[in-house]
Design a protein around this ligand. Sequence first.
Ligand SMILES: Nc1ncnc2c1ncn2[C@@H]1O[C@H](COP(=O)(O)OP(=O)(O)OP(=O)(O)O)[C@@H](O)[C@H]1O
Ligand SMILES: [Mg+2]
Length: 406
Amino acid sequence: MEAPRRILYVEDNPTNFRLVERLLRDDGYEVIHAKDGFEGVRKAVEERSCLELILLDINLPGMDGYEAATKLKALPGLDQIPIVAVTVNTLKGDRKRSLAAGCDGYIPKPIDVHTFPRRVEEYIQGRRDQIHASDERYYLREHARRLVDRLESSRDQLRLTHEQIQHKDKLASLGEMAAGIAHELRNPLSSISFAIEMLLRREADQVGDTKHLDLIHRNVERIQRLADGLTSFARPSDACLSAVDVAKALDDSVLVTQHEFRQRNIRLHHQQGRPHLPPVWANEGLLQHAFVNLLRNAAQAVSARREQNPDATGEVHVAAEAATGDHVAVTIRDSGIGIRPDYQDRLFTPFFTTKPRGEGTGLGLYIVKQVIDEIGGQIDVHSRMGRGTTFRLLLPRAAAERSAVR
Ligand SMILES: Nc1ncnc2c1ncn2[C@@H]1O[C@H](COP(=O)(O)OP(=O)(O)OP(=O)(O)O)[C@@H](O)[C@H]1O
Ligand SMILES: [Mg+2]
């Protein structure tokens, strides 16, 4: 059987398409429809091996007929296929404009049903309408100007879209930040409620003790700093760094979390106050947040292991020592459930949690990473399933001259 002779008709008006299809079907043509310039170019490329002719409406949405003709003529394999503009002659010079843009012929609308099939056949047989060289130069220049205008408006549109995306990104990171701060507020708040509980009990026993009042005071300050942090987020980061006594920050973190260890019946090995440790260059409150997050994770990991094996040992070791390369190393080692190897890459991404809904936000380690990155430190994780996990932080020491700055 003979392969059908195909004509592509790029036309956004279905009634016009149906009329042309009917007229050409009788002459043995199969007419393919494309509704706009983009679809026209795509279908022309797909069908190029069996296309005899392309009929092109000029007033098309998106890419107009002039642009489509230029594009089609520039594509390999399509330059030999005749393109005929079929359009209402609305502007003076439309015919010449179409020829300058790359069309080989021009048939005005409304279509004359008696002559149309013959005109189409003539173009297929090789008829090419001519344009005078001076007209061609004029209309080519005009065409080029229009293409540049289109390019400029596409660029403006692109810029606008880019700005909108950036704005959305900003909103998303604001949401993430708010969630992070809410998470951070929980730690000092739970310490405060613990301290108040202790005070109430002491009051009942009539024992004077300022330790818990100090704890309340320090945690209220932390909340204050977090609130300050929230307002200063709009400005470039200028988190105040200074020489920090790591031993004291660790002691405070242990004090804040020790009730959790007691409640869970976990032995916490921690040597209070290490006078010989060099100071590190950090933000004290944020560093303490990081320690508290790691201690809480350790306690939760030990409890999770105990749920599987009630006889498992429940221990967490906290150590700090001067390390090589001008660092202080802080190690928090637990005998907890361990971290699955395939989870280890995702630990520091926001919202990664394996805890049941409502129990973990997955922001704890993300915040630890932010805090340690901010001061140029490092975090190493070593974990074995069912054996436990060690987090080792390398914190840059405060140089003597730096300590004097603030
Ligand atoms: N010491 C650890 N032992 C075992 N798994 C851990 C340990 N620390 C963290 N993980 C794993 O990493 C995940 C992410 O920890 P992260 O502290 O970021 O969030 P979370 O503890 O789940 O929730 P949140 O800290 O926000 O309450 C945890 O859900 C847990 O699976
Ligand atoms: Mg956590």
